[in-house]
Write a protein that binds this ligand. Structure first.
Ligand SMILES: *Cc1c(COP(=O)(O)O)cnc(C)c1O
Length: 362
């Protein structure tokens, strides 16, 4: 790796593509003759407007977002969306949730503040190590939406088939898989993703929402900022947005377009994940924590036979120049997050290291 950078397996904020960081560095002191850095720029200026518009246009191209969907850039990261989804979409006051781990639990807890929540499927019985069957969900007629966390960052599971929502609106938290594979946006009512996992810097979420779900008749308690309509009516420039995140994400969108788009990303991500999972499947020391058919291509949790050894391996990887392999505090063990920007060489190097460790500790 150039610049003395390490292979960083953090779940987020996480690695960004090196060519993007280099471009940002080159534009830092004077953005394209504007005489200023993007951080110093008015969000109402022509030059910033162009940065914003290009970011949206490139994202639309990348995902093939249909014209009847709005793209919104909203501050507050992922957690704010737990509340915004419930506040804006609970017209009848009932949200159906699929409970697959830590992040869907947080979404459920937040939604309960604003209405009724029905958990229509759960994998809590096996420590969230799989995705429950969602082909025959019991969804009440008055349900406003069905919510999933499409990739559980902490537990390491992914939906490879979307639930049958019985015609109800599908809402998906794609934070830790956003832009990792092709996505048919028309199957969803609302997709959102915090960008610090697979795209750019922290502090912003991208929201893709079907226009008919943007409501005017919200309860009075909903703050102006928390209404999707506020952002939709103002091209995400109602107040000062996270200009820096929009700029950096825009660069990543262009980078992905120039490098084969989401099909190519998916192919690379499948290759990378296979290297790690193939190793775990044959290892006598390390065990993957997730049912095979539901394994995430982005976040790979695994364990050794003991907590002490888990900690020892984390320390050994750190000393060898691999960063952030400690599992989330709620589940322990180890976790390798291998988002778009993690090079294949990084995964290969990690597997080589783990192989050697296993041979030496047998
Ligand atoms: C990280 C994460 C969030 C929360 O994002 P913040 O920006 O930290 O609020 C929500 N959902 C998923 C799936 C995540 O990985």
């Amino acid at each position: 790796m150039k610049y003395g950078r390490t292979y960083n397996f953090s779940a987020g904020p996480a690695m960004m593509p090196e060519p993007v960081l280099e471009e940002i560095a080159a534009e830092m002191m004077n953005y394209r003759g504007s005489g200023m850095c993007v951080m110093e720029m008015s969000h109402r200026s022509k030059v910033f407007q162009q940065i914003r518009d290009e970011a949206e246009a490139d994202l639309r191209k990348l995902m093939g977002i249909p014209d009847n969907y709005k793209v919104l850039f909203i501050q507050g990261g992922g957690t704010v969306q737990f509340a915004m989804v419930a506040m804006n979409l609970m017209k009848n006051g009932l949200g159906c949730y699929v409970e697959t781990g830590a992040w869907s639990k947080k979404a459920i807890a937040e939604a309960k503040k604003y209405g009724e929540v029905k958990i229509v499927a759960s994998s809590a019985d096996k420590n969230f190590s799989y995705v429950p069957d969602c082909s025959k969900l019991d969804i009440p007629d008055n349900a406003d939406y069905v919510y999933i966390c499409e990739n559980e960052t902490i537990n390491g599971t992914t939906f490879f088939n979307l639930p049958d929502t019985k015609g109800k609106v599908l809402v998906s938290d794609q934070s830790s898989m956003f832009l990792s594979r092709p996505c048919d946006v028309s199957k969803y009512g609302l997709i959102w993703g915090g960008v610090q996992k697979n795209v750019g810097p922290a502090g912003m979420a991208v929201v893709i929402i079907r226009e008919d779900l943007i409501r005017e008749d919200l309860p009075k308690f909903v703050p102006t900022y928390m209404s999707y309509k506020t952002h939709a009516d103002n091209d995400s420039l109602y107040n000062t947005p996270n200009c820096w995140a929009i700029y950096c994400c825009g660069k990543v969108f262009k980078y992905l377009l120039d490098n084969g788009g989401l099909e190519a990303m998916n192919q690379r991500n499948e290759e990378k994940a296979k290297i790690l999972y193939d190793f775990l499947d044959q290892s006598k020391l390390f065990t993957g924590a997730v049912r095979k058919e539901d394994r995430s291509l982005m976040n790979v949790p695994f364990v050794t036979p003991s907590k002490d050894q888990d900690a020892e391996v984390v320390a050994a990887t750190k000393a060898a120049g691999f960063d952030n392999l400690k599992g989330h505090k709620s589940v322990g063990g180890l976790r390798a997050s291998i988002y778009n920007a993690m090079p294949k060489e990084g995964v290969e190097a990690l597997v080589d290291f783990l192989k050697k460790y296993e041979a030496e500790h047998n």
